[in-house]
Structures are given as C-alpha cells and as structure tokens.
Design a binder for this molecule. Structure first.
Ligand SMILES: Nc1ncnc2c1ncn2[C@@H]1O[C@H](COP(=O)(O)OP(=O)(O)OP(=O)(O)O)[C@@H](O)[C@H]1O
Length: 352
C-alpha cells in the first residue's frame, strides 16, 4: 500500500496538519492523547471532511480539494475498527459478523468465518444478540466483521485497548498473520509501544496535531529507551523448551536460556526481557546466582538520554542491554568488544 497525504483540518481549539508519504503493509500511528491520531483516521476513512489537501491511496485520489474530489466513506472500501465497537443492534452476532462478508462476491470470500470465530473465541456467542455482550466480546465481533469484509485497507483505532492482556496478545498475532495472508494492509493506532511492535513496521508519530517523526518501529522503541522507566523490551522467540524441575531450558540461537516457571513460562512463544535485566561483565563472572551467562559481542551502541543502549550479538541472536555512562566507560564499550551478558532466570515474561 502507498498512502500519500497532505491534509489540513481545523477545529475551534485544535489544528491538524499532516504531510507524509508512507509505503508498507503495516503502518502505525502513535502519539499521546489528543495528538490527532483519530482525526487522521476519520479523514482517511472519509468520516470527517478535511478543510484542504489530498489523500491518495495507491495513486487513486480519495480526496483532493483542488479538483473537488471526495469519495464517500462507503465507496472507499476502508474498514474501520474503533476502540468501542459499533455493531448493528438489531442483528445477531452471526449476522453482524457476516454483514460485509455476504456483500462481497463469492470468489473474493477467502477468509474462512469458522476459523476466524475460533481464534476470536466467538463460537458460543454466534446465536446471541449484540446488546447483552460485554465490551471485550463486542470488540471481538467488530474485529471479525472488519476482517471478513476483506477491505482494501483496514484502520484500527486502539482496537484491543479494552481486552484483557491474555486475549489481546493471542488475537494480535493472529490478526497480523491474517492480514498478511490475505494481503490486507493495516493502519494501526495505539498508545502502546508493545502493540505497535507486534502489529506494525513503520510508524508515524504525532504530537499536538503535527507529524513529529516517521521511522521503523524498532527505531521508535530504541528512541524511547531514553525516557522509558521499563527500558527497552527485548522480544525473544523461544522454542523447544524442556522442563527441569521449576526451570525451563530453551534453545536460543546457538545458546540455551534458562527461565524460571511462572510469568507464563513453559512451551514456545515470544518472551519479554527488559534491557535493564541484562547485566554486562568484562570477564566471565566467577559465581553468580543468575542462571544465564552468555558470551556476546557488542554490535552497536546508541545514546539513550543519560544511559547508553548496547546492541549485543549473542551467537547469532540479538539482544539490547542498557548501562549508565560511567559503566559504558568502565566496560570500554565499542563495536566488536567481547562481553558476558548475565540474565536471571526470573527476568523473562511471556508476551504471546
Ligand atoms: N468534533 C470535534 N470538535 C472539536 N474538537 C475536536 C473534535 N474532535 C476532536 N477534537 C479535538 O481534536 C484534538 C485531537 O483529537 P483526536 O481524537 O484526534 O486525538 P487522539 O490522538 O486520537 O486522542 P486519543 O488518543 O485520546 O483518542 C483533541 O484536542 C480533541 O479535543
């Protein structure tokens, strides 16, 4: 998908101006509350008229003030999922889900509704009306309905904010995989950096109605290390876990990692590890309570406020650590330097 945007929209107390061109299948829109994220989404979907400018999707004008073009929302084939689901109140869950699906040609119906219902845990709800559903249940129906309509672009505005953590991180990877499999590009709005990293590749950052940065999502995560109290969160995909009493032993690149049970540890998946929990040593530490001592090489360093972010290559697997400036000098950090990274077994947490 290629999206070219140059729009102005003024409210009484807020002005929104965006000029950007972005290409990719998974675009994020990130920024604090009131920065204009939803305004952008409404403009793209045609739910809000712009004051001036243009919006081109894959070279086709959806809006162009100079030529008086304004394609109505229903003709844009852009599905929108809001934080609070807007469902048809008079229809059952099943009829809501199949609303868009039934309106597309049979040959284009490539997503299997039964599989989708299974993943979104909708099976037991299908025969019910939508008025008695919980917020999370309504949201899952709205997500399912948008996906089944097979739009040319899907816009998601904080779509999983109301869902509980476990379900949220089960659903997001499935949605990402579904959009990729069926070639549906996504624009994903969220306050959550974790969600951004799971769902997007390229991110537009807004502040006070203006675009302040456009970068890869990993770049955004690194830049935020400077201000984040939790550090940079490494996402480690770990498979082939073997239980050893109350510890789990996983293969990770050329290494093995020991994780303690609890925090969802057990079985394969993606695990979180904060850069704050990766301690660096010049020499192999003699004796330590930490279960993981990994020989690694510094592949890069980056400034992060009063800290230094350290990119590590641990036998082909990547990790980010952080140290304060004084420690960076003591460790004589530079690309190519060999170090030992020490990690406690209890520092890991399952994400999904
Ligand atoms: N219809 C409207 N009339 C006047 N002002 C509005 C209107 N809609 C939004 N605004 C203002 O525009 C600004 C941006 O709102 P917007 O909803 O786009 O922000 P946001 O980044 O999506 O915020 P949040 O993350 O809290 O949803 C806010 O100050 C809001 O009060």
């Amino acid at each position: 998908m290629k999206l070219e945007v140059s729009v102005r929209k003024r409210y009484e107390n807020f002005s929104f101006e965006a000029d950007f061109s972005v290409q990719g299948a998974r675009i994020g829109v990130f920024g604090p509350s009131g920065s204009g994220k939803s305004t952008l989404m409404h403009l793209l979907a045609g739910l809000l008229p712009a004051d001036a400018g243009f919006i081109h999707l894959d070279g086709v004008p959806l809006y162009q003030s100079a030529r008086g073009i304004e394609v109505p929302a229903r003709k844009r084939r852009i599905a929108v999922v809001f934080q609070h689901a807007h469902l048809f109140p008079h229809l059952s869950v099943r009829a809501n889900l199949l609303y868009g699906y039934k309106r597309i040609a049979r040959a284009e119906r490539r997503i299997d509704p039964d599989t989708l219902c299974e993943v979104l845990h909708l099976g037991p709800l299908l025969g019910r009306g939508v008025n008695a559903l919980s917020g999370g249940e309504r949201q899952r129906v709205a997500l399912g309905r948008a996906v089944l309509a097979h739009p040319r672009l899907i816009l998601m505005d904080e779509p999983v904010t109301g869902l509980d953590e476990g379900l949220k991180y089960q659903i997001l990877p499935y949605l990402k995989q579904t959009f990729a499999a069926f070639g549906i590009p996504l624009i994903f709005i969220s306050h959550s950096l974790t969600e951004m990293r799971l769902m997007t590749d390229e991110v537009l950052e807004f502040e006070d109605g203006r675009l302040t940065a456009q970068s890869g999502v990993e770049d955004l995560a690194r830049r935020r290390l400077a201000s984040s109290p939790v550090g940079y969160i490494n996402h480690l995909r770990l498979e082939d876990g073997r239980a050893q009493s109350d510890l789990w032993d996983y293969r990770w690149g050329e290494n093995r990692l020991i994780l303690s049970s609890g925090n969802g540890v057990g079985g394969g998946g993606v695990f979180e590890l904060s850069s704050k929990d990766v301690t660096l040593f010049k020499q192999h530490p003699e004796a330590t309570s930490a279960r993981n001592i990994l020989r690694c090489r510094v592949s890069g360093i980056f400034p992060a406020g009063n800290r230094v972010g350290v990119d590590l290559d641990c036998g082909g697997a990547k990790l980010v650590s952080q140290v304060v400036g004084e420690a960076a000098r003591d460790l004589e950090l530079h690309p190519g330097r060999e170090l030992f990274a020490v990690i406690k077994a209890s520092a890991f947490r399952r994400l999904c």
